[in-house]
Design a protein around this ligand. Structure first.
Ligand code: 7RM
Length: 626
């Protein structure tokens, strides 16, 4: 681990000059059943990437078995339930190992084998993490679908990967609500002929319908023992598939491999968060997202860490739940999303001050650019100016963090993700694909593979090539824009596809949103283009305002003037619409695709809005426009 700036710089230099030597050395710290013969083989044009060729391993031996001799009683998973009156659970490495093995045997007893796709549609209970690891134990490919997703989203994902089995639960708790997961799963299964077994974990004890392929988890688990050898996997065998929404409707199933993914998530977890032995680490993401896969389960467990799993939501029973839980478990590293920070920031700071947050050492941010106001609120009120903030830029596709500071080791800079991790060769390109030098702004691209890059899109390698490797041949193209300062720090400015051409001018919507957000009465905003007779496209701004209705006309004029002054009259939105919310994904990303359709009045082309966090705002926007 790099614990000083010098060590970090040395690591970066070696990783750049001799990547195979660098990653080979890191990979040696893990347990391999058979060593690799070559560290890296790749061709970004094909594209093809292979790490630790011919190496054999099982990731669960590295996450579990390896720690049994050294720290069997250390808490691996610290489970905090939705209901604060329900006791938390400390699951030791020994117990987790035993439960994963037993669950793996339950899967085998129900017909699962290496290479099968197993869909997991479960709430944030320990059995979700156990299911993921049980699949990995036997070499089945897990496909976790976030338990907030609809029937359509679930069935589309199960069908895309022709899943053989589904692991779900009767229901799930989410704040004051209960979600009928089994009911959703039942409806989804009606159109998923490949699934021939559905194992149901009991969480809420609600009534459920029963079908011929259904089995109760608690009955099946009783029938098997807890001795389960780890299946030998090739380094390049798929470990899991995870779906991410694309700019078109069809979700992309990104496939991650066993060896490279393990090495990179473990390395970045340790270095970014500077995790030390007795720390309690908490990532608030759901395991349904890549952040949960890499930084609740695999990265932390590969390091023998204590990783907290939280079943609830930030607002239940009140808006201080995060802080209450931090104090209760003396959390040392806290990793969350800007959308959560902004939501909590709206509530009185007395809700924070009520709790003793002195255990916190490191704060993290992930998922979208963190705006200046949220960064400073987080730094002041949660970190008390004492905790470094790691703003971690990465994607489902990258498997692990690519750009971030290392907590307390490399310099931080508000709203900047800062420096690429060792081994990550970031570049800024202009529209023609020329590399830009020094302080600049452009299209972010990565020049060399890193161990946890996704290997393909499930069942559609051509789409994988097209989306990530064809725009700028020879580079991995993440689809984000970035600024770089004189020191080489990166600030991610937003998705490239969030660009609108107004009267022939390329306008990024992100800077316009930043300008709008400067207004004291604006909470959040999103800008999209819509077709315009004269300009080709014009801009529409959707803003969440603090103002009451009376002031809206004044506000709209002020906002237009503000954009005009900050960016230029060309960027002035033709329309400003005040809304109570913006359509967001469950992980907090604004769905500009839907706002574009709404702005264009194409209500029949909205696609499936049921996967949104807040489908009701779509209805509200439609109503306002009629
Ligand atoms: C981890 C995750 C990926 C997209 C990515 C960016 C945006 C993520 C940051 C960020 C600015 C960050 N995976 N993004 N982290 N933008 N700063 N620290 O979120 O596949 O769901 O999304 O999210 O646009 O391309 S993801």
């Amino acid at each position: 681990m790099s614990t000083s700036l010098t060590e970090f710089k040395d690591a970066s230099t070696i990783a750049q000059k001799k990547p195979e030597e660098f990653w080979g050395k890191i990979a040696q710290q893990f347990q391999w059943k058979k060593p690799w013969t070559k560290v890296l083989d790749y061709d970004f044009l094909k594209p093809e990437v292979k790490w630790f060729l011919e190496g054999k391993l099982n990731i669960t031996e590295n996450c579990l078995d390896r720690h049994l001799s050294t720290q069997p009683d250390k808490t691996a998973i610290l489970f905090e339930p939705n209901n604060p009156d329900e006791p938390s659970q400390h699951i030791s490495y020994k117990e987790l190992h035993q439960r994963v093995c037993q669950t793996a045997n339950m899967l085998i007893a129900n017909g699962a084998k290496k290479g099968d796709r197993i869909c997991i549609y479960m709430p944030m209970v320990p059995e979700l993490a156990i299911s993921v690891l049980a699949c990995a134990r036997i070499g089945a490919i897990h496909s976790v679908v976030f338990a907030g997703f609809s029937v359509k989203a679930l069935s589309a994902r199960m069908n895309d990967a022709s899943c053989n089995m589904l692991l779900t639960s009767d229901g799930g708790y989410r704040g004051a609500k209960t979600i009928a997961l089994k009911e959703i799963a039942d409806e989804a299964l009606l159109s998923c002929p490949s699934v021939n077994c559905c194992i149901v974990f009991q969480r809420t004890n609600q009534n459920v319908a029963w079908n011929p392929i259904d089995k109760w988890w608690h009955e099946e688990i009783e029938k098997v023992g807890s001795d389960c050898p780890a299946t030998e996997m090739d380094s390049e065998d798929p470990l899991f598939v995870l779906y991410t929404s694309g700019s078109t409707g069809k979700p992309k199933g990104l496939v991650h491999s066993c060896g490279g993914y393990m090495v990179y998530t473990a390395y970045t977890f340790k270095n970014v968060f500077q995790y030390t032995d007795n720390d309690v680490y908490w990532c608030t993401a759901d395991i349904g997202w890549i952040t949960g896969h890499s930084y609740i389960i695999y990265g932390p467990l590969a390091n023998g860490a204590t990783s907290m799993m939280f079943e609830g939501v930030p607002s239940y029973p009140d808006y201080d739940r995060f802080w209450e839980v931090c104090a209760k478990h003396k959390v040392n590293q806290f990793y969350t999303a800007p959308t959560a920070i902004r939501a909590l920031q709206k509530h009185p700071t007395s809700l924070v001050e009520k709790h003793d947050l002195s255990s916190l050492k490191v704060l993290g941010s992930v998922g979208e650019p963190i705006n200046d106001e949220a960064w400073h609120w987080y730094d002041k009120n949660i970190g008390k100016h004492k905790c470094p903030i790691v703003d971690t830029w990465w994607q489902t596709e990258t498997g692990g963090i690519l750009i971030s500071s290392l907590a307390g080791v490399t310099p931080q800079k508000p709203t900047y993700a800062t420096l690429p991790m060792p081994g990550i060769q970031a570049a800024l390109l202009d529209n023609e694909g020329n590399e830009l030098e020094g302080e600049n702004e452009g299209i972010l691209a990565i020049k060399q593979p890193w161990p946890s890059i996704a290997r393909t899109i499930y069942g559609d390698h051509e789409r994988y090539r097209q989306v990530y490797f064809s725009a700028y041949p020879g580079y991995y193209y993440p689809g984000d824009g970035a600024l770089r300062d004189a020191e080489g720090n990166y600030r991610i400015t937003g998705r490239i596809d969030d660009v609108v051409i107004v009267s022939g001018h390329n306008l990024g919507t992100a800077p316009i949103e930043n300008a709008l957000n400067e207004h004291p009465n604006v909470v959040e905003s999103a800008v999209v283009g819509f077709p315009h007779d004269v300009k080709g496209n014009a801009l529409q701004a959707f803003v969440i305002a603090r103002t009451t209705a009376d002031d809206i006309v004044i506000l709209k004029n002020e906002l237009r003037a503000l954009v005009s002054k900050t960016i230029g009259p060309i960027a002035k939105p033709d329309r400003v619409q005040v809304v109570s919310g913006l359509p967001k994904t469950r992980s907090g990303k604004i769905m500009r695709r839907i706002l574009r359709k709404l702005a264009a009045g194409e209500y029949d082309q909205l696609g499936d809005v049921s996967t949104l966090l807040n489908p009701e705002v779509v209805e509200e926007i439609k109503r306002q426009n009629n």
